[in-house]
Design a protein around this ligand. Structure first.
Ligand code: GYE
Length: 324
């Protein structure tokens, strides 16, 4: 009896041993084929960035004659887990996953692994202590979000001469870009005593949520002189909130954000926004190329980092027409 209890306890409680065992099992392989049937599990479709990303994946599938099984989790991590499970049931060759949040998508990654289906993470990552590239999933392809936050901070310090009361609009709580953009920015400004984050709250990467949160935070912090938004959609929402409050965006309050959407570049041209760090949504070519290389037996590095540009008054006009 005692012995049984001990076994149950070890099996149930020592999670680290369980995950270590899982990590030892091999990354699923795929055989080399001319065309693949792949899944793309999108997080949501409520902003131009997501729409551009989906189109890039669909265009690339079409160009190569691959079949794309597409799902849209509509902003729900639980639905995204179910979407991945349905792709597993359909026995796709591989799954491209844009995990909405870092922890809730871990079971989806592990289930695909157990089913022998390789997963490539696109644009967002998962908690690195719970799943590893090269063991549980093939690789992460996307931008360096800490660097994005650092670049936004660097621009703001320079533009505000080291003195600003900052409202931060965070992205989706628990998502890797929100965590890392926050960290990169905070780490950079901490050496500048005049740069203070007076309020910081999530606007869920969405325009209208960003507008609502900015409205509340501006009311509570009338001395704010800058807004750092984790994406352009929330920055555009903040512009609306400032205008509704009778303030001049770009003059009374300086705005910096991340992505490089057409609306953001236009807002820069109009003088309402200061700058945006590019975060490319065009994953199709690199995603499909990486899978082909993996299928051909190549060892894929744990991270494939996109090279991004920076848009401000100096170049927004030049790039607005090609923006999404
Ligand atoms: O910045 C944002 C989107 O995960 C990098 O998610 C992506 C971010 C992007 O909703 O606009």
């Amino acid at each position: 009896m005692r012995r049984r209890e001990f076994l149950i306890l070890t099996g149930g409680l020592i999670l680290t041993a369980g995950s270590a065992r899982e990590a030892l099992a091999q990354l699923p392989k795929i055989t080399k084929k001319d065309t693949y049937r792949v899944g793309f599990a999108q997080t949501e479709s409520n902003n131009p960035w997501r729409i551009a990303q989906t189109k890039s994946m669909q265009d690339e599938a079409k160009k190569r004659g691959w079949q794309l099984v597409y799902t849209d989790a509509a902003g729900s991590a639980a639905k995204q887990v179910a979407d991945v499970n349905s792709m597993i049931a359909q026995k796709v060759d591989a799954i491209f996953l844009a995990p909405r949040e870092e922890k809730p998508l871990i079971p989806a990654v592990m289930q695909a692994k157990r089913a022998g289906i390789p997963v490539i993470l696109l644009d967002r990552s998962v908690d690195p202590s719970l799943a590893k590239a090269g063991e549980d999933y093939v690789t992460f392809i996307g931008s360096d979000f800490i660097e994005e936050g650092r670049r936004a901070g660097e621009w703001l310090v320079k533009t505000m001469n080291g003195k600003a009361n900052i409202i931060e609009l965070q992205g989706t709580t628990g998502s890797s870009p929100a965590n890392d953009r926050r960290k990169g920015f905070a780490d950079f400004i901490k050496d500048h005593a005049g740069m203070k984050i007076v309020a910081s709250q999530s606007g869920d990467f969405a325009r209208d949520k960003g507008r609502q949160v900015a409205e509340t935070l501006l009311q509570a912090n009338p001395t704010a002189t800058a807004i750092y938004a984790h994406n352009d959609e929330m920055a555009i929402g903040a512009i609306a909130a400032l205008e509704a409050a009778g303030k001049k965006p770009g003059t009374d309050v300086t705005i910096v954000s991340i992505d490089g959407t057409r609306d953001a570049l236009q807002a820069i041209i109009d003088g309402k926004m200061g700058a945006t760090v590019e975060c490319s949504p065009f994953f199709g070519p690199i995603a499909f190329d990486t899978l082909v290389r993996f299928g051909g037996g190549e060892t894929i590095p744990p991270k494939i980092i996109n090279q991004d540009r920076f848009f401000d008054r100096a170049n927004a006009k030049q790039f607005v027409a090609e923006a999404y």
